[in-house]
Design a protein around this ligand. Structure first.
Ligand SMILES: [Ca+2]
Length: 266
């Protein structure tokens, strides 16, 4: 009797191991398709300052923090989302071209394009508290709760300590075997890193674990033709209202800012 039970138990274990092996093989060998593509619907449209050359965008409690670029025009702004009204502004010295922006607790961290200098501000008063240097160009910046994530125009994202600004990790973003370059403005959304691709209407969704592209968002046609006045530049700027689950996007010198929802493309 005991012998029979042992035999049956042994068979059961063998069957379980075999089933696990089959499942593993199916998962490993299944064809991996290209990442899904998403299109969008506009849920809300808000005013946006058409003189703001948007390089960084962050949402916080009904307001946006915005970093606007260009030499002689660079600024840090606090803007009311619904009205587009500028509530606060700090102008950078004209030798700096402002870039990515992140909110870390009560501090705002702002990059510059080619000066290799970052600025730290009090998020309430916009008082300049500190500055730091980095060896690359500065493009986009985001905060994932532990690290600042920085882009520099290449396919590489760098993870910086939020206090020392030391690089603690690098991540190369790839779609299959192809590195995805020109990663620009950044946002961390539900555990993914989203990046504008400079000079395109696309946002890429990135796995922060592997750097693999997990989706593409095609925002072609987002800014209506009648709003494309001279001087209007490319799509840039992603902000995430985590509590309201709202995706907010705009572009450089765009007169509008949009809340969008995504749909799988057909
Ligand atoms: Ca952002």
């Amino acid at each position: 009797m005991l012998h029979e039970l042992r035999r049956r138990y042994g068979t059961l274990v063998a069957c379980s191991v075999l089933a696990a092996l089959v499942v593993t093989l199916v998962l490993v060998l299944r064809p991996v398709g290209p990442p899904p593509v998403y299109t969008y619907s506009v849920v809300n449209t808000y005013p946006h300052d058409p003189t703001a050359y948007t390089q960084g965008l962050v949402y916080s409690d009904g307001e946006l923090f915005e970093s606007a670029g260009l030499y002689g025009q660079s600024s840090l702004r606090r803007v009311a989302l619904e009205t587009g009204e500028m509530l606060q502004r700090y102008d950078l010295p004209s030798k700096y071209f402002a870039e990515g922006l992140a909110l870390v607790d009560d501090r705002l961290i702002q990059l510059t394009w080619q000066s290799q200098v970052g600025f730290v501000y009090d998020a309430t008063t916009f008082e300049l508290l500190d500055q730091f240097s980095y060896p690359t160009e500065g493009w986009g910046l985001a905060w994932d709760g532990r690290h600042l994530i920085m882009s520099d125009g290449s396919a590489t994202l760098r993870y910086l300590d939020p206090d020392t600004f030391a690089v603690e990790r690098s991540l190369v973003v790839t779609d299959g075997d192809t590195p995805i370059v020109k990663l620009n403005e950044l946002e961390v959304i539900d555990g993914e890193v989203w990046a504008n691709i400079y000079q395109t209407d696309r946002i890429v969704r990135i796995s922060p674990r592997t750097g693999a592209v997990v989706g593409w968002i095609d925002l072609t046609g987002l800014l209506p033709v009648e709003d494309r006045q001279p001087g209007v530049d490319v799509l840039n700027g992603i902000a995430w209202d985590a509590a309201g689950k709202r995706i907010l996007v705009t572009g450089k010198r765009w007169p509008k800012l949009f809340e969008i929802v995504l749909h799988p493309a057909q």
